[in-house]
Design a protein around this ligand. Structure first.
Ligand SMILES: [Zn+2]
Length: 365
């Protein structure tokens, strides 16, 4: 347990959607939690003047949490802690060190406990033994029927938690009903991230009894990895369905069935090519299900009416976040990845915890 004065600096990701980047100063060490890019391509945290960092700790492999690793040289080239699954996707030559997927480990001598985040392959939340406990959730979801979620239970007086959806409260079962209605209507393109929602949606579609499923190369490769080396991130009992998906899903070839392709916002990958082909046709229906950054193909096609938006939950609903705050007995809560306008509502929901979006935050001890 690290005692003495410790603080948390909110470099980016609090008060507005943006790349995740936070710095913990404790026991004479400076740990950076995540180093993301985006959502808009090229948006990086401002690390000028920050000085050397002793270690970067990654919560999961999404771009808005690790896409800023190009900044490592500016930080003194510190080691990068990540789970084995996330470490596999790091740029060659990254000085990686291992984090457990669920269990106890350490970062430069500071004890850390991790658990699976229910959100992405290899993704974890982290609870550091600093002061009376510091929890950083990265992105989490309690609702996934594909990715396993281990609830944090150890007390954490200070909690930096995923509030991407603010006060939103719709259960994922309702999201599914809306998607299913589109599947019934005819050919459908679902632009998705292959290392997140994509395989989740594919699993739901298969379980619904719909086998006319088509995927791009990124999705196929993600499904193969989930049936093998990424399997440790899955809920128990889904292995057979994932194996069935690998066999069932065919390559996308023309307008038919349900097609799942990356990227999620159409800026790159197979989706970009398919959207260029189909943006002026009536079919297939196009449904985006994730965060939509301004000036992306997703944003443009939704605004023009050619595509629809139906959210697929991959972050906690307000009630999930409240339950988490209670479970870890958080006294100070820093809601992350949402707009500052949510602060009042979240402060009411998390009371009597103190809720702030302003750093630096003293870590209670
Ligand atoms: Zn994520």
């Amino acid at each position: 347990m690290v005692n003495g004065s410790a603080s948390l600096r909110l470099i980016s990701g609090v008060g507005a959607k943006g790349p995740a980047c936070f710095v913990v100063e404790a026991a004479g060490r400076r740990l950076m939690l995540d180093l993301g890019e985006g959502p808009p391509p090229g948006q990086l945290p401002d690390v000028d003047g920050l000085g050397p960092i002793d270690a970067v700790v990654l919560s999961h492999g999404h771009k808005d949490h690790l896409g800023g690793l190009s900044l490592l040289a500016k930080l003194g080239n510190p080691p990068v802690y990540a789970t084995e699954i996330v470490a596999r996707s790091l740029p060659k030559g990254t000085p990686a060190r291992a984090l457990p997927l669920a269990g106890s480990g350490e970062v430069l001598g500071i004890a850390v406990e991790t658990g699976r985040n229910g959100h992405a392959p290899g993704g974890v939340w982290l609870r550091f033994a600093i002061g009376d406990g510091l929890l950083y959730t990265g992105d989490i979801s309690t609702e996934s029927r594909l990715y396993a979620y281990d609830s944090p239970t150890a007390a954490a007086a200070t909690a930096l938690i995923d509030c991407s959806y603010g006060s939103y409260q719709k259960p994922i079962a309702q999201c599914w009903c809306a998607v299913a209605a589109f599947i019934e209507r005819g050919p459908l393109l679902l632009p998705v991230p292959a290392n997140g929602r994509g395989p989740e949606l594919a699993l739901e579609i298969l379980r619904y009894g719909h086998t006319d499923i088509y995927v791009d190369e990124a999705m196929r490769s993600a499904l193969r990895q989930l049936s093998g080396s990424d399997g440790a991130s899955l809920r128990t009992g889904v292995d057979d369905d994932i194996k069935a998906l690998v066999v069932t899903a065919k390559p996308i070839d023309g307008v038919r069935g349900v097609m799942l392709a990356a990227s999620a916002d159409g800026t790159s990958g197979a989706t970009a090519k398919l959207l260029a082909q189909w943006q002026h046709t009536d079919e297939p229906a196009i449904v985006f299900t994730g965060y939509r950054a301004p000036d992306t193909p997703a944003d443009r096609l939704i605004k023009s009416g050619r595509a629809q938006f139906l959210r697929w939950n991959v972050h906690p609903r307000l009630s999930d976040a409240v339950a988490l705050v209670h479970a870890v007995h958080a006294q100070t809560v820093i809601p992350s990845f949402c707009d500052r306008s949510q602060l009042g509502g979240l402060a009411d929901a998390f009371a009597p915890a103190r809720v702030t979006m302003d750093g630096p935050v003293t870590i209670s001890a």
